[in-house]
Design a protein around this ligand. Structure first.
Ligand code: FES
Ligand SMILES: [Fe+2]
Length: 378
């Protein structure tokens, strides 16, 4: 980054410009293929380990019409099940349920009170005489593929085979391990529903070219626009933006630079952005943004969360205020533009191409990875 500053303001480049036709974002068939191939048939981050630290802790992960119950069993292993009672398919935990429904030795259905143990076996049936034993014998929660690694819990919504996390993350796993997410506890969650395509939203996280213009009044001052270091890890990547303070290092011998800070934007394909930062030598935070397709190509949901290690929630809030990422100026600026892009692409008869510059290598990498998996030509 200092070399980019010393060179007068260069940035990492992709080899060529990429053109994306409007229908790549708007075509319902393409969108449905993405939802299936990327969000149902591949691993997704469902939560962080510290969201369910103890046996009996549970959470609900909802995407593409699926609802998954994730819990930690008596052995400390993470398990995932369809959030569906074996009796008449009621949801066992509702996403709006309070903390009391999110802990305990049993999962109790809110409809007729069937209960399950932490391995998904049927534990108790009120009014058991109404059911014959052979039927009940086959009643248990239906498992969903799940794996936990370095503080992240992944699920895969379709398919019976075990979740192949090593194959999904490949060389990115040791990089993610450096974030020490296993120690990070959640301090904040929120959600934003926007009228745009999920890919348009992710595009806004993947370059700093727009910082000085769109974010002139928010983060534009703190960062040098259009300057970033791009580290390609297959479908995943790291993008590091240039804080203006780095210019102070120009002309200073590298041995005298402060220890490298724990900072950067980490993208875990297909939909998760982790923004990592340090407050002090052992005080760290990660802001997580998970972007999902909504009910149509022009709708999406972003789940925001903040996770910290080495400091208290009070200390974090004292330092950053009660920042809610879903309402920050940067988020509102990005999503306002993203909704406007969608409006333009969705107009009948208009078929503009989107041009992704050589200075936007992470945006290019994101779309090449999608095209690689979904296999549709654009
Ligand atoms: S649907 Fe769950 S107990 Fe009836
Ligand atoms: Fe932005």
């Amino acid at each position: 980054m200092v070399a980019h500053i010393a060179a007068g303001g260069t940035t990492d480049f992709a080899p060529t410009v990429l053109r994306l036709p409007a229908h790549y974002y708007t075509d319902p068939a393409h969108w449905a293929a993405e939802r299936q191939a990327l969000f149902e048939e591949r691993p997704l981050i469902a939560c962080l380990s510290q969201d369910i630290p103890l046996p009996g802790d549970r959470t609900v992960f909802e995407v593409a019409g699926h609802s998954v119950l994730i819990l930690r069993d008596d052995d400390g292993q993470v398990r995932a099940f369809r959030n569906r009672c074996a009796h008449r398919s009621a949801q066992l935990v509702r996403s709006g349920d309070g903390p009391r429904a999110r802990r305990g030795r049993r999962v109790v259905c809110p409809f007729h009170g069937w209960s399950y143990d932490l391995s998904g076996r049927l534990a108790n049936v009120p009014g058991r005489a109404g059911f014959d034993p052979q039927t009940l014998e086959h009643c248990r929660l239906s498992p969903v593929a799940v794996a936990e690694s370095d503080g992240l819990v992944f699920v895969r919504l379709r398919g019976d085979e075990p979740l192949d996390l090593a194959g999904h993350l490949r060389g990115f796993a040791p990089v993610l391990a450096t974030l020490e997410l296993a120690e990070m506890v959640p301090v904040q969650t929120s959600r934003l529903d926007a009228r745009t395509n999920w890919k348009i939203a992710i595009d806004t996280y993947a370059e700093s070219y727009h910082f000085g213009v769109l974010h002139a009044r928010s983060i534009g001052d703190a960062y040098i626009s259009d300057m970033a270091a791009f580290d390609d890890h297959g479908a995943h990547w790291i993008l590091t933006f240039a804080e203006r303070a780095l210019a102070d290092l120009l002309g200073t011998p590298e041995e005298e630079w402060p220890a490298a800070r724990h900072a950067g934007t980490y993208f875990i394909f297909p939909n998760t952005v982790l923004v990592a930062g340090d407050i002090g030598p052992s005080e760290r935070f990660v802001r997580m943004f998970r972007i999902f397709p909504g009910e149509t190509p022009g709708e999406m949901v972003c789940l925001f969360s903040v996770h910290i290690a080495g400091l208290s929630a009070e200390h974090y809030h004292a330092r950053f205020g009660a920042i809610d990422d879903s309402k920050s100026d940067v988020t509102l600026e990005d999503y306002d533009v993203a909704e406007g892009i969608w409006s333009n692409l969705a107009i009948d008869g208009e078929k503009p191409d989107l041009i992704v510059g050589r200075n936007e290598p992470a945006v290019q990498a994101f779309h090449r990875a999608i095209l690689d998996v979904v296999g549709l030509p654009v």
